[in-house]
Design a protein around this ligand. Structure first.
Ligand code: SIN
Length: 359
């Protein structure tokens, strides 16, 4: 019998034969493989945090160990990611984010550049504790030398909690990491269905889920029903446009943050100088203002060769430029990240200020 196309189609439709090709692979299997090949390669680099946290009770949302679950456990919990990306995981660290160090930052930045340079990844997701997430996100925003998407994600509820937010945040981040529209936007932060820019976003509340905000500049967009919608763009330079190259670095210069308050003292500045800090970021009051005592201590530190940058403890707004270095609208913790990187490139205060104006 000659198996004409018509007969084969009929038998397939009535279910008498299964669609087996000459190689023994079913049509279903081969179309699944083709679909998989079309999916973006997304690497998940895990560092710990509440997203990898587990508690004894599912009602416990505060007393738990951040950074106790391994990356594969996070991936296995969201099998739906297989439909949108070819996902792989790596454990960079597994700590609460206050324990993320400069070494972790360098390891992460170098690994991301390697994954992009080698073509192994089309996008990267970094899982991270929320407490210092914005610092890592801004660091990566300045050192990833690619327009490919990098998304930094966390969760406010541990993985064991009722209504844990980690799985959906992770799914959304993988979606963003593989999405055309995320390219060239700088490093993104995604929690709670929002898309934020590493440059602008900050944690604003100690415990609630809707904690990451971009008060002045707004979010870049949102993810609605599995589709990312972008409404804003970052106007500051980032990723492949920046001056910073970490490929040959084994460490970053020590930069400390000193808080300004009534009746503050000079000995924090003296301690920073004695301990070889190369930079100090002042979290000043209001528009970066400082008491006479701290201004005097800061100018003595400057005479010792320490670069002092004024920022504000207020949480939003730009510190206006006057004498000395100012952080533009970067909060103290992000101003520290930029100063560390700036000092790997230059000792010239004018150049450092130009970085604050550009990035
Ligand atoms: C942390 O930052 O590691 C703990 C808090 C969190 O992830 O929400």
């Amino acid at each position: 019998m000659k198996w004409t196309k018509k007969v084969l189609t009929f038998l397939l439709v009535v279910g008498f034969v299964t669609p087996v090709s000459l190689s023994g692979v079913t049509a279903e299997e081969s179309s699944e493989t083709e679909a998989k090949e079309d999916l973006p390669d997304v690497s998940i680099l895990a560092t710990g945090g509440t997203i990898a946290g587990s508690a004894e009770e599912n009602t416990d949302t505060t007393g738990y160990d951040a950074g106790s679950l391994a990356v594969q456990t996070l991936i296995d919990a969201v099998p739906e990611m297989e439909e949108i990306a070819d996902v792989s995981g790596e454990q960079i660290a597994n700590v609460g984010s206050p324990n993320v160090t400069n070494d972790t930052l360098l390891k992460l930045g170098k690994r991301i550049n390697e994954l992009f340079d080698s073509g192994e990844a089309d996008g990267v997701v970094v899982t991270h504790g929320t407490d210092t997430l914005e610092e890592t996100a801004y660091f990566l925003n300045l050192v990833v030398d690619s327009d490919k998407p990098v998304i930094v994600v966390g969760a406010m509820r541990p993985a064991t909690a009722m209504s844990a937010d980690g799985p959906m945040n992770l799914y959304n981040s993988v979606l963003l990491a593989g999405h055309e529209k995320s390219k060239g936007q700088g490093v993104l932060v995604s929690l709670n269905d929002r898309i934020g820019a590493a440059r602008y976003i900050t944690k604003t509340n100690t415990t609630v889920m809707d904690t990451f905000k971009s008060q002045e500049q707004g979010y870049l967009g949102a993810i609605i029903g599995g589709t990312p919608y972008f409404y804003n763009e970052v106007t500051r330079k980032h990723t492949s446009e920046t001056a910073f190259d970490i490929s040959e670095l084994d460490s970053l210069p020590q930069v400390d943050i000193i808080y300004g308050y009534q009746n503050d003292t000079s000995y924090m500045y003296e301690a920073a100088v004695e301990n070889d800090a190369e930079g100090i970021v002042v979290a000043g009051s209001g528009n970066g203002s400082m008491s006479s005592v701290s201004a005097e201590a800061a100018s003595e530190a400057t005479e010792e060769g320490v670069h002092v940058v004024r920022s504000s403890r207020v949480g939003s707004g730009t510190v206006s430029q006057r004498d000395g270095l100012t952080s533009d609208s970067l909060n103290p913790q992000k101003a520290r990240i930029l100063l560390m990187l700036a000092l790997t490139e230059t000792d010239d205060a004018d150049v450092i200020q130009s970085y604050y104006n550009q990035y």
